[in-house]
Design a protein around this ligand. Structure first.
Ligand code: RB5
Length: 145
């Protein structure tokens, strides 16, 4: 069955979101685009919240967020207990965010990473399983109130 991947950005991440949507489709995923839908200025916390709500509602198990640096939108996403959003600038951290942190949201900076690196990060994030083992208890502590 086709997996839905939620994706959202602010205006500064809009262009890279488009690139990543196409990449998701070419990899056989169904992107759920939660906006923004153009380059008009918006507030990144609103889009982090939209994506977090979609994951909490079970519309997607995983997601991708993009803002200019990736910093603001990852801070906002991680305010939701169910979200483990990993800001990545290279393929190794994208892979380790899955192996060690069981990250459910990949965050990229549209003004920081190039398209090719972003696509490779996305592929690593999607393809890498959680390693479990010693990481299970650590990840569980992240969800403590
Ligand atoms: C928008 O100008 C920019 O501040 C935002 O995309 C992001 O980089 C914030 O962390």
């Amino acid at each position: 069955m086709t997996e839905t991947i939620a994706i959202a950005s602010d205006h500064a991440g809009f262009a890279l979101k488009g690139v990543l949507k196409l990449e998701l489709e070419s990899l056989g995923y169904a992107p759920l685009d939660l906006g923004t839908h153009d380059t008009a200025s918006v507030d990144y916390p609103d889009y982090a919240d939209k994506l977090a709500q979609a994951i909490k509602a079970g519309k997607a198990a995983r997601g991708v967020l993009v803002c200019g640096t990736g910093i603001g939108i990852s801070i906002a996403a991680n305010r939701h207990r169910e979200i483990r959003a990993a800001l990545c600038q290279d393929v190794t951290t994208a892979r380790l965010s899955r192996e060690h942190n069981d990250a459910n949201v990949l965050v990229l900076g549209g003004r920081i990473v190039g398209e090719e690196v972003a696509r490779e990060c996305l592929k690593a994030f999607l393809a890498t399983p959680f390693a479990g083992g010693r990481h299970v208890g650590r990840v569980a502590k992240l969800a403590k109130p």
